[in-house]
Each structure stands twice: as C-alpha cells, then as structure tokens.
Design a protein around this ligand. Structure first.
Ligand SMILES: *[C@@H]1O[C@H](CO)[C@@H](O)[C@H](O)[C@H]1NC(C)=O
Length: 587
C-alpha cells in the first residue's frame, strides 16, 4: 500500500516537473523590495511578527524604500551572523512603518439614501427592517484613499484609485475585484449610482494603467487578477442608467481587459482532433504570496526544489480564481494544498463569465453602432459556446465540469461553479436545462438546510464543505431562475429562501453579516482556511439585497418562528399525554 502510494507520488511529481519545467524561474509577485521580495519581508514574515501576514504588507513606510532598505542592511552589518533578534526586528518595524489602515479613511457616501425603493417592496416586515439595516451598512464600509498614496505611491502597498469605494470589511482594507460586482449590484438597488459608477471608474483606471485589474487594491496583488466581472459591472450599471456616453468613453477599456484574458490567460485544448481556445487562471509569478508569506513558504519546504516555483505559481492562480483554497484545484495523491494545480485547469466558471462578457460586449458595440467590433465579439461568443460544449459539457452527468489539460480529464465532483454556463446562458440547446436540474437533484447538494455547499468535500479549506458563499448562491439561483423550466425556478426560490434564512438567523444572533456561512446548523458563519471569518460584508449584503429584490413578496423570515409555534402546540399535547399516562398508572 505504502509502496503503491510512493509510486503514485513519484509519477505525479515527475509528470508535473516535466510539464512545468518552463516555470523554473519566475519573477516575484511585484517589484517592491519591501512588499514583495527581498530580506525585509522574509525576516518579518518568517519570524511571524504578526498573527496575520497581511498585517505587515499593509503597513505604509515612514521613509523612502531606499532608506528603509539601507537601515535594514545596517542591522545585518552590526550582526555578522546575519541573524536578527525578534526585539531588533520589532523595533525596526515600529520605527520604519505605520500601522495598517492609516492611508485610507472612513468615507460617508453622499449619495446614500435612507429609504431606497426596493425595501418597500419586501412583504415580510422582519426582512424589510433587515434590508434597511443592510442599506445602512454601506456607510460603515465606505472608504477613501488618502492623497498621500497618490503623492508618494512608493511608500505604500495600497494602490491609488481616484474614487471612494466600498470595501468588503474586516481584514480586507482595500477593494477586491470580484467582490465588487455584488457590492455594485447592491449599491444600485440602494440607488447609490454615483458610488457604483465611481467604483467602476476605479477598475477602468486600473485597466488603463496596469493592463490588468489586480485581485485587490495592493501592489502585492498586481501579478494576479480575479474572476473578470468588470464588463458585468458595466452591464448592471447600464441596465440601471443606460448612460451611452459613459459607455462610449470607456468601452475600449472593457475590450482591453478582455484582451488581457485572451492574451495572458488562454489555453489551447485539443480534443478528438479539434483545437479549442479556452481560458484558465494562470499566474506566472514565483515566491510566496506576500500577504500569506510564511504559510506558503512553509508549505513549499515540503516539496522538492524544482517543484517549489510551480507550486507558488499554482497557489497564486488559485487565489486568482477567487476560490482560495479548495479541493477543486487539488489534483494528485496528497489531496491537500500541495496538490494545487490551478494552472492546469480549464474552469467552468471562468469560461462562463467570459462567454457572458463576449455577448455583452457584442451588444454594447451594437448599441454604440460599431458593427465591426460587435461582430468580432459575437464570433468569439459563438466559438466559446462551441468550445464550452465540446470540452466542458459532460453528457453522462448532465452538467459542465472543469477540465484538466495535463491529465486530459474532467473533474466529476460537485461544485456550484459547474452550473456557471447555465447562469451565463452559454449554451444553444435548451435540452441542457432539464439535465442540469436533474444533475443538481442527484448531486445531494440540495439537501443542506442553509444553501448550496461549495463542494461536498470537507477539507478544512474555506472554499469547500460546509461553507456556502454568497456569489455562488447568487450565480446558481440566477441561472435557474432565468430558464423556462418551472422546476428550475422552484429550486431557485428554495435556494434563495435557505440563503436568506441563514444570513438572517446569523444576523439576529450576532448582529453582523459575514463573508461566508455554514450550510449546516442553525445559522452561523463559516470557518476554515487561513484566516478568521470576516465581518462586513460587501458581497453577502449585495446578494441578500438582490434576493430580497427578486423574491421580495415570497421570502419569509419565519422558519424559526414556525418551528417554535409548532412546539408551543406540541408541548401542551405532550404534557396532557404524559398526564393521562400517569393517571392510568395510578392504583
Ligand atoms: C501579458 O503577457 C505579455 C507577454 O508575455 C507580457 O509582456 C505582459 O506584461 C502581460 N501582461 C500583464 C498585464 O501581465
């Protein structure tokens, strides 16, 4: 048994080393000798000066990077063994850096409205009151980046953007890319159109400046993006505002972001003699993630030297997918983080998102009367539908699956992302709808009290069982709801009711919104992963608002009260029954 496993490990190692040999030398996640690479970050993170590695890389500099680096070097000079004590290091950090959070300030959105219309359309009075609370939360999550970041960017890891924004909350003290899609949808329901538009402008600004929208607003995220929702943000904004002037001014930047994904994140798949072009998450950068430096570094020490760089790259690609981390990316006998092979996967959700992007861009260009560009994107859309069908659709299971290009294998496990092509309407044959509904029913994923689990695999990773995440609930619900199938629509509503219930129950108990929830139990936040569960929380709030808007007349807050009132009926009956029983036993 052991021997067999050893062979298997050797096989996978040799296989991936051969395949990924080209990755041997990769640049660091960013050029900064403070925040991404060099001795300072290595010492501070490996000595674990702070509980969360993100703390250090979020600290602004008191002096220039050059002076700070020289000051650090002088610590070595005084110390021929090149070992720096914890005390010395703490003093160096205290005297050279500011605490995190000093470069961004609380911001009260001036377009905030007390009573947005969607709230008054909610029938259940508890849910209506809660929707008002969620509307209030925008004021706590508003932030503005201080001018000092614009004036001296080299002293900060925070990336400057011109407009104020809504942050997710907790340790996430900057904007995040895909989170912002659900935040913007929520803001539009809250009628905060200027804030929503400002956030979209920030993303456009970054595409213009960097050619990529980073995972979040920090220089250490510049090598990796996140699921590409910018064009969908614009779609939401246009559905609300139909501002053709704004669209015309910026459409070239939407196309530029699309080109980044096609030029830097595409992969070619040959299947049954036909070549298909699809996309993947792929981050050609080496070294540990700066914000989780010690964890990545320690994991890598368990690997052979030539495996380390591919591992660092795959881990960053998993972060780019938004699913950091998950058994979804594990391919190999170890079944843990060390088997993360994101670079080899053609993900169902990424290709569904891009499929939707292509259709939206074709429509946008048509509206702007630019037929040449419109036909470029409709051709890309047609090709995508064909490739998604031929590479990702699994007719036996009746759903789309991730495809591993190295192993030439579709991953048969359940993930909500398998349904993303339904959400994106990335299919031509409507017969898929009934198949997907029946897949969902057979998968077992509908049997959980509080919504769809992220997988059926309990690994302790946060993008796995038993966690449920707002964006995944929303994509599946919206996908089922937009079909013509009554059964699909009914499942969509039931999933929405479950998700609203768990968010509401946890809110009543803890007076907070969380980034993720447990699909089991009686309304509690999720766990697992590399940091404590965070409060706030941008996308959870946005998704609840969207569900309350969509099903406002049907959703109820009362599952708990129903079971309670059931008990109040049952209890006297029981007492009476017991009483009668005892009376009968009396002599
Ligand atoms: C995309 O790839 C090209 C060619 O490899 C590279 O020069 C460019 O920097 C990449 N763009 C981004 C934004 O990473």
């Amino acid at each position: 048994m052991m021997k067999q496993k050893g062979w298997l490990v050797t096989f996978f190692v040799i296989f991936y080393v051969l395949k990924t040999g080209l990755l041997a030398d990769l640049p660091p996640p960013c050029d900064s000798q403070i925040y991404c690479t060099g001795d300072i970050i290595h010492e501070v993170q490996m000595q674990k000066l702070f509980e969360d590695d993100k703390h250090f890389v979020d600290m602004g500099l008191r002096d220039t990077p050059e002076n700070t680096i020289n000051k650090f070097k002088s610590l070595y000079t005084r110390n021929p063994m090149r070992s720096i004590s914890r005390e010395t290091l703490i003093e160096f950090v205290n005297t050279s850096f500011h605490e995190p959070g000093t470069e961004i300030q609380q911001w009260d959105p001036p377009d905030w409205k007390e009573s947005p219309k969607f709230v008054s359309n909610i029938s259940d009075s508890n849910l209506q009151k809660w929707a008002k609370d969620l509307n209030d939360l925008w004021k706590f999550l508003g932030r503005k980046i201080k001018d000092e970041v614009k004036v001296e960017p080299e002293k900060h890891s925070q990336i400057y953007v011109p407009n104020p924004l809504i942050v997710p909350g907790g340790r996430f003290r900057e904007f995040y890319y895909w989170d912002s899609y659900w935040v913007i949808n929520g803001l539009l329901l809250s009628e905060m159109r200027d804030t929503a538009r400002g956030m979209i402008e920030n993303f456009l600004y970054m595409v213009d400046k960097y050619g990529i929208i980073p995972n979040g607003g920090r220089v250490y995220y510049l090598c990796r993006s996140q699921p590409p929702f910018l064009t969908l943000m614009m779609e939401s904004y246009m559905a609300n505002q139909n501002n053709l002037t704004f669209l015309r001014q910026n459409i070239h930047l939407l196309a530029k972001e699309y080109d980044f994904w096609m030029n830097n994140r595409s992969v070619s798949v040959t299947l049954n003699g036909t070549d298909y072009t699809l996309n993947r998450y792929y981050v050609p950068a080496g070294g540990p993630r700066p914000e989780a430096y010690s964890a990545d570094y320690e994991q890598a020490q368990k690997l052979a030297e030539e495996e380390k760089t591919p591992f660092y790259s795959d881990i960053k690609a998993a972060a780019e997918s938004g699913w950091d981390f998950s058994s979804r990316w594990f391919y190999g006998p170890r079944g843990n983080l060390l088997d993360t092979k994101t670079n080899s996967v053609v993900p169902a959700d990424l290709n569904a998102i891009l499929c939707r992007v292509e259709r939206i861009l074709a429509n946008f260009y048509t509206q702007l009367d630019m037929p040449q560009e419109a036909s470029r994107f409709s051709a890309a859309h047609t090709q995508r539908i064909d490739a998604v069908h031929n590479v990702l659709w699994d007719d036996k299971l009746g759903v789309w699956l991730d495809y591993n290009v190295e192993l030439q294998y579709r991953n048969p496990n359940f993930y909500p992302s398998n349904l993303a092509p339904l959400w994106a309407s990335c299919y031509t044959n409507s017969a898929v709808v009934d198949k997907v509904v029946s897949y969902l029913e057979k998968s077992g994923a509908l049997s959980y009290k509080n919504g769809l689990p992220t997988s059926l695999n309990n690994t302790g990773q946060q993008w796995d069982f038993p966690n449920g995440w707002a964006p995944l609930q929303h994509m599946v619900i919206e996908g089922l709801e937009k079909t013509q199938s009554a059964k699909a629509k009914e499942i969509a509503f039931k999933l929405a009711q479950k998700w609203v219930q768990v968010n509401y129950d946890a809110y009543k108990k803890y007076n907070a919104m969380y980034e993720k929830y447990d699909v089991e139990g009686d309304g509690k936040p999720g766990g697992g992963g590399e940091y404590e569960v965070q409060l706030g929380f941008g996308w959870s709030n946005g998704v609840i608002m969207q569900l309350l808007d969509l099903y406002g007349t049907r959703l109820t807050s009362s599952a708990i009260t129903t079971s309670l009132s059931f008990l109040t009926v049952l209890f006297p009956v029981l007492i009476t029954a017991v009483g009668i029983h005892f009376m009968q036993c009396l002599p």
